[in-house]
Design a binder for this molecule. Structure first.
Ligand code: AMP
Ligand code: MG
Ligand code: MG
Length: 324
């Protein structure tokens, strides 16, 4: 490994390697105990052994290699030092290290202290438990100064039904450098396709989708998988007018989509902020709109019903109000 390589490339390269190993661990656990012991965290919100082991592996590996980075993981786990040590991944992804940082983004000056890493060890757990394993992804997002700039989406069960690639597939991106591991297809011109939640819908979510007048709605699990559909050109946009998604769901997908030329904002069209919070409240209260390009994105934002946007803003105000 070239120790002279810029810190940002070493970080992404390490995270790609770690995400792939997490995917192996998820497949291993899945092969003998799907879903295993389930912890119910909320309505249709589950944690399985695969979520726990994947997070242990990712957090232990990143913390060992990059001890000064802030790491925010989805799962609240009881410390298991022995398991953590056994799971540490030390390798780097060689393909990432072959790249050079783009000029003009200031990445060469970035240090560990500037970085927050957002870990969703298994996104789409509800669908995974139901047996829709292709909806599951491992998400590692990297933010600098509150903005998601790099991310990894690893899909452990890519084309599992046809057995084309049972090792899964990995996509990564860095804003300014590009997006790798996924081939965008041409968007349908005759059909307007939206993707949204399969298991966390509500009145606002439905009203916002209806307002777009889509020809087709793909209801699938996971923020990672839905952004994959947009990256592949299978959907024009991912629309979720709800406060249910958290920062670890969106950091990696947002960075990869932006790196590929797409757009990712809240329902008002404003950037999502990725700052560490002492109260651990990481809801994306103002919802999500993620689109393949600028013109689709602005059309969607324009058509979000005003009452739905207002309702989300109200929920944010109630929940982020300073405590007295
Ligand atoms: P979905 O599109 O429903 O798969 O949601 C994408 C991500 O956001 C998943 O990690 C979900 O667990 C999370 N999410 C969305 N809405 C909710 C909710 N109402 N409660 C808990 N988690 C949610
Ligand atoms: Mg998730
Ligand atoms: Mg998860």
């Amino acid at each position: 490994m070239d120790s002279e390589k810029a810190f940002m490339l070493r970080l992404i390269s390490s995270a790609v390697s770690i995400a792939k190993r997490a995917g192996e661990e998820i497949r291993r656990i899945n092969s003998y105990e799907r879903p295993g012991e389930i912890v119910v965290k909320g309505h249709q919100d589950y944690q399985t052994e695969a979520d726990r082991e994947s997070q242990r592996l990712i957090v232990a590996s990143l913390a060992k290699r990059f001890p000064k980075c802030t790491i925010v993981g989805e799962e609240d786990l009881i410390e298991d030092k022995q398991a953590d040590a056994r799971l540490v991944v030390e390798s780097f992804d060689e393909d990432v290290l072959k790249k050079s940082l783009p000029n003009g983004y200031g990445y060469e000056k970035v240090t560990e202290e500037d970085i927050t890493i957002w870990v969703d060890p298994l996104d789409g757990t509800f669908e995974y438990v139901k047996g829709h394993v292709t909806h599951a992804t491992v998400l590692i997002g990297i933010s600098i100064n509150g903005s998601a700039v790099a991310g990894i989406i690893h899909q452990p069960f890519y084309d599992v039904d046809t057995n084309i690639d049972t090792n899964g597939r990995t996509m990564w991106g860095l804003v300014g450098l590009g997006c790798f591991g996924v081939k965008p297809d041409k968007l349908y011109e005759k059909k307007f396709i939206i993707t949204t939640t399969a298991s966390h819908s509500n009145k606002d979510v439905e009203e916002a989708i209806d307002a777009m007048k889509p020809d087709e709605v793909l209801k699938v699990g996971g923020a990672g998988y839905k952004v994959l559909l947009v990256l592949e050109g299978r959907a024009h946009s991912y629309v979720f007018a709800s406060s249910g998604c958290k920062k670890w769901d969106t950091a990696a997908p947002e960075a990869i989509l932006k790196a590929s030329g797409g757009h990712f904002t809240d329902v008002f069209g404003n950037p999502i902020e990725y700052n560490h919070r002492s109260d651990n409240n990481y809801h994306n209260y103002l919802g999500i709109v993620a689109s393949a390009n600028e013109s689709i994105h602005s059309k969607i934002i324009k058509n979000i019903p005003a009452n739905v946007a207002k309702q989300l803003a109200e929920v944010e105000k109630q929940n982020l109000r300073p405590k007295c």
